[in-house]
Design a protein around this ligand. Structure first.
Ligand SMILES: [Zn+2]
Length: 304
């Protein structure tokens, strides 16, 4: 079924036979026309981790210390800001399950929902509580209520992000927290690379990336769906390497080396007890609109 929203707006980029429009109706950029739910379900059930991310699970484990540090920071934020009494967590698009493992170690009751069979099986083998389905109105009914919901790098892939956020809202207890991460696209650094240094807009990746957010459009989407944003930060602006001359586009070994440097930088700060510096820096990057990803923590407000 096609999305009933009346998408319209100027075309801002084209790639792979798709146009990206600055949609007036949605308030963010997305490809148009939007693929059907059936087309998307096929991509994520069978293809994603095998065709597009063949070594995703192995790489994830390789960087385990860094992922754990990153996720521990996120749980600390939840724990310091939650006003609900329980500790039930849902990770939407839980992939190989590391977020859930970190949660369980911190005494959260963690559940994941993951459409990809290979990733779900990997998590179940590790003893995690996983629902191997797409997150939609059917599966949402089976999941129950949560005090915190995490959703990393999911919203850019879905046909109707507003609908997904509405479902998240309904799964949360009153006052519950929602942490969402999406790529920060058409960012100031990317635009310098495109307009000044002749880079093609490599971040435009249809049909896998349908939606293209930034800090402003993400905040608006959350507010329209009953959330107030209580914290925002950027993730490391990896495009700085491109600006400094290390071209990792289409070059996995350069990409890997840049990623390692970023890991070294963050681990050094956190392990030396200067994690607050990282947090302050990434919050100020967010206010400048730079950073590879938008990371927002929002609170469920009671609707009047
Ligand atoms: Zn739209």
């Amino acid at each position: 079924m096609r999305d009933p929203l009346k998408h319209s707006g100027p075309v801002t980029a084209s790639n792979n036979g798709f146009n990206i429009i600055e949609c007036i109706e949605c308030g963010h950029k997305h490809i148009f026309p939007i693929p059907t739910d059936e087309e998307l379900e096929h991509i994520y059930k069978h293809e994603y981790y095998t065709k597009n991310k063949p070594d995703y699970i192995e790489k994830d484990i390789e960087d385990r210390d860094w992922w754990e540090m990153t996720y521990n920071r996120r749980f600390e934020f939840f724990e310091n800001n939650l006003t609900t009494h329980g500790r039930r967590l849902l990770d939407i698009g839980s992939g190989p399950g590391l977020f859930l493992e970190v949660g369980n170690k911190r005494n959260w009751e963690s559940k994941g929902i993951e459409p990809n069979q290979k990733a779900a099986e990997h998590s179940i083998k590790r003893g995690l509580d996983i629902c191997n389905m797409m997150f939609d109105s059917r599966s949402a009914e089976l999941l129950g209520k949560f005090d915190a919901i995490n959703m990393s790098l999911v919203l850019e892939h879905v046909a109707n992000p507003s609908k997904v956020i509405e479902l998240v809202y309904n799964q949360l207890n009153d006052g519950g927290l929602f942490c969402v991460a999406v790529p920060n696209d058409f960012s100031p650094f990317q635009l310098v690379l495109q307009n000044h240094l002749g880079f093609q807009p490599w971040w435009v990746a249809p049909p896998h990336h349908i939606n293209y957010f930034n800090f402003k459009s993400m905040e608006k989407l959350l507010q329209r769906n009953g959330f107030s944003v209580i914290h925002q930060e950027a993730t490391f602006p990896i495009e700085m390497f491109l600006l400094m001359g290390d071209n990792y586009i289409g070059n996995d070994s350069v990409g890997r080396s840049c990623h390692k440097k970023r890991i070294n930088f963050e681990m050094a700060l956190v392990e030396s007890g200067q994690g607050h510096l990282l947090s302050e820096m990434y919050q100020s990057f967010a206010s400048s609109g730079v950073g590879r990803e938008v990371l927002m923590i929002a609170k469920k407000e009671t609707k009047n």
